[in-house]
Design a protein around this ligand. Structure first.
Ligand code: NAD
Length: 295
């Protein structure tokens, strides 16, 4: 990673202004992270309430830091002022990098990417935070696909250090270099990967979840598995709790994408614990129950 970053450093342009399209869990988090690392950002959504929520989440994170004495009130105000909320594309015109973070729907993303392309200059780099949609497929919807790549953050954005930078077959080296540089400006560690189902992280994570689900189907107690992985093996959390945090619906969708991409290795059985929870509407922390109960 380091040598690639070094090689590409000469091609990188520093990001002075960024934009995030979508102010949800991820878009709001990306906007906060960018602003708190001194890269002013436009946060655009179609829903005023999503923008309000994005700003209030950023405010809460800053308030916590203020209470802990890590930042001053001036710094807090400065960070909040450098997030420009917007319901229109006009505000993104002068941005160097745009991160698309709208709902995980290929049609909606294609429409949004085309709209973005109409409103920015030819030099603007355009990225998508998609978790599961092929970057090559999204690239085909753009007029200038060489300035496009994946920029995959993890939830919660302010705590998770990794960003996957996913190249399509036609992404230019300059695009990759600029996106790696922007991730670094945001205090993140970028890894550059080729496009494939699951990119890098889900290709590692989902075989682990599959092993976990097989153990549960064989009769193992998932609370014991979590205890062992967390308390004895030393990981921050076990697989069942992690799945509840990620969201069973999100995991179920990603699992399906992995099964379609690698049918011989990642096929899902109806006995699978993720599948069973999904079909009963237990999506984890977001619905109050999943492997565990949160009420
Ligand atoms: P979310 O539902 O919280 O937010 C999506 C936002 O997009 C909403 O605020 C919605 O109003 C907005 N939106 C919808 N259509 C729009 C449009 N045409 N223009 C502008 N805004 C529009 O979703 P999320 O969890 O933040 O996920 C966003 C993206 O990030 C998805 O592609 C998802 O796969 C990816 N992702 C999610 C996670 C996660 O854990 N939630 C992690 C990594 C990546």
């Amino acid at each position: 990673v380091k040598s690639l970053a070094k090689k590409q450093a000469g091609l990188a342009n520093k990001t002075a202004h960024a934009a995030v399209i979508g102010a949800g869990i991820m878009g709001g988090g990306i906007a906060y992270q960018s602003a708190s690392k001194k890269v002013p950002v436009v946060m655009k959504d179609i829903a005023p309430q999503a923008i309000e929520l994005g700003l209030s989440e950023a405010s809460k994170l800053l308030q916590k830091q203020l209470e802990r004495g890590r930042i001053t009130a001036d710094k807090m105000a400065g960070v909040l002022n450098s997030i420009t909320p917007s319901l229109s594309y006009e505000a993104i015109r002068d941005c160097d990098v745009v991160v698309e973070a709208v709902v995980e729907n290929p049609k909606v993303k294609a429409t949004v990417l085309a709209e973005v392309e109409q409103h920015v200059s030819d030099d603007t780099i355009i990225t998508s935070n998609t978790s599961t949609i092929s970057i090559n497929q999204l690239a085909k919807t753009l007029r200038k696909p060489e300035r496009f790549c994946g920029m995959h953050f993890f939830n919660p954005v302010h705590r998770m250090p990794l960003v996957e930078v996913i190249k399509s077959e036609v992404t230019s080296d300059e695009t990759v270099a600029t996106v790696v540089s922007y991730a670094t400006q945001m205090g993140k560690t970028a890894i550059v990967v080729n496009d494939c189902p699951g990119f890098f992280v889900n290709r590692v994570l989902f075989p682990y979840f599959a092993g976990f689900c097989q153990l549960v189907a064989d009769g193992a107690d998932y609370t014991m598995i979590d205890k062992v992985m967390e308390k004895v093996f030393g990981w921050p959390m076990g697989p069942a709790y992690l799945l509840d945090v990620v969201g069973i619906d999100t995991a179920h969708h990603a699992q399906q994408v992995m099964a379609d991409g690698f049918p011989e290795r990642m096929a899902v059985s109806y006995e699978d614990a993720i599948h069973k929870l999904f079909s009963t509407g237990k999506f984890g922390q977001k619905t109050g129950s999943g492997f565990y109960c949160y009420s």
